[in-house]
Write a protein that binds this ligand. Structure first.
Ligand code: ADP
Ligand code: MG
Length: 386
């Protein structure tokens, strides 16, 4: 992983590429979801936190309608577009994320002219840490300020969702960008996806002697692909048969009745969502009453539910979780959309190295690609850097 450029270096690089200094530098973080998976599009509860890995953009508005985009990643060269002709399907690769945001702002009736933009990010790509939303949130935060667009956090959440859903074509919910835009250092973000209501919940793992490890299995996931869409369809079917607006409206006490009404597969999908919502609420209670050491069993139960009921895990994620637990983590689960990506393990600081080595050893023994393992902490949401 290359070191992130600080704001000064990013501005200097911007100037050497575009021939003028940027109007400013903004950053937005990736996120991990502590608990609450596939509950967001069911109007349910999630508990992500913004991480200390960020996308940073240096931006300068232009007087014309030309858009020039460059990323420090991957020698992809400069991409040029025109603000007057943004449309679905018109963009490729990573530029879909910034252009999608600008397109979504136009759809809201905002005037979007040209700009120059340089991106640098140390959020791992495609690992389930939402590197895509980090880009989108950095871009929208920059644009909102530079164009005095007057968007509040909820508006920006909906605009970035529109960008991902309708421009990029990834049917994602509102969790990732909410964490990136509204997260705070030392806290998880309890988010009610029905009304975007939030509560910041202290998550001081370190002061409790714990560390959150991310284990990137390097198995690539794709939200736009079949599995995610199929799970959403199952949830919608379940809600329809049960006569509720969304699975958020089904409680643990309704599961017996649901079992009699749904086919076995749809029932298991529904049971995951219903029990996961309840686990999020219990996690919030425990974090507020007792602190991080109490939540391990809920993380474990969440993983089992995703593995067996929602069926979105994979052998690499299961191995990462099992080995983390037996090497001393107090709880572990896959995080993100599933079918690959990352697991998180909450481990005593003293056991962290042991967990790393054990997982690396188990992956090598299974002849899996070596995982990337690193610690994350709850960090600030999107902000201006310079
Ligand atoms: P995730 O959001 O879980 O990381 P996605 O597939 O949604 O996975 O987004 C990953 C995509 O984001 C990459 O394929 C790439 O297009 C884009 N991306 C992320 N970081 C960068 C970067 N530093 N430079 C260019 N593109 C990036
Ligand atoms: Mg993404």
């Amino acid at each position: 992983m290359t070191l992130p450029l600080d704001a000064g270096h990013l501005a200097a690089t911007f100037e050497s590429v575009f021939g003028a200094s940027p109007d400013g530098v903004w950053q937005a973080p990736g996120r991990v979801n502590l608990i609450g998976e596939h509950t967001d599009y069911n109007d349910g509860f999630v508990l992500p936190f913004a991480i200390d890995r960020t996308a940073r953009v240096a931006v300068r508005l232009r007087p014309d309608s030309t858009i020039r985009l460059l990323s420090t990643f991957g020698n992809q060269g400069l991409t040029t577009a025109d603000a007057g002709s943004l449309s679905r399907g018109s963009a490729r690769g990573w530029t879909r994320y910034p252009l999608g945001v600008l397109w979504a702002l136009q759809q809201r009736g905002l005037q979007v002219g040209g700009l120059d933009l340089l991106l640098d990010s140390d959020v791992p790509r495609g690992a389930g840490l939402s590197s895509s939303h980090a880009i989108e949130c950095a871009v929208i935060t920059a644009f909102n300020e530079l164009a005095s667009a007057g968007l509040d956090a909820r508006d920006m959440v909906l605009a970035t969702q529109r960008a991902e859903n309708d421009f990029v074509g990834a049917p994602t919910g509102i969790m990732d960008q909410s964490a990136s835009l509204r997260g705070a250092a030392g806290h998880t973000l309890f988010l009610d996806c029905r009304d975007q209501g939030i509560k910041l919940v202290p998550f001081e793992a370190e002061s409790a002697g714990l560390v959150t490890l991310v284990i990137d299995t390097r198995v690539s996931h794709s939200h736009a692909a079949g599995g995610y869409a199929a799970r959403r369809a199952s949830c919608e079917r379940g809600a329809e048969v049960l006569g509720v607006k969304a699975l958020r409206d089904v409680g643990l006490e309704d599961l017996d009745r649901a079992a009699g009404l749904l086919d076995p597969e749809t029932f298991r999908r529904v049971r995951h969502v219903v029990t996961e919502n309840s686990r999020v609420l219990r996690t919030v209670d425990l974090l507020e009453s007792t602190g991080p050491p109490a939540i391990g069993p809920l993380l474990d139960a969440s993983h089992v539910s995703m593995r067996d009921d929602f069926e979105i895990s994979c052998p690499e994620l299961d191995l990462a979780v099992e080995v983390s637990r037996s090497a001393g983590a107090i709880g572990a689960r896959m995080t993100g959309g599933g079918f690959g990506g990352s697991a998180i393990a909450l481990a005593p600081v003293a056991a962290a190295q042991q967990v790393r080595s054990a997982v690396e050893g188990a992956f090598a023994a299974a002849r899996y690609t070596a995982p990337s393992i690193f610690s994350v902490r709850p960090a600030a949401g999107a902000m201006r850097l310079a």
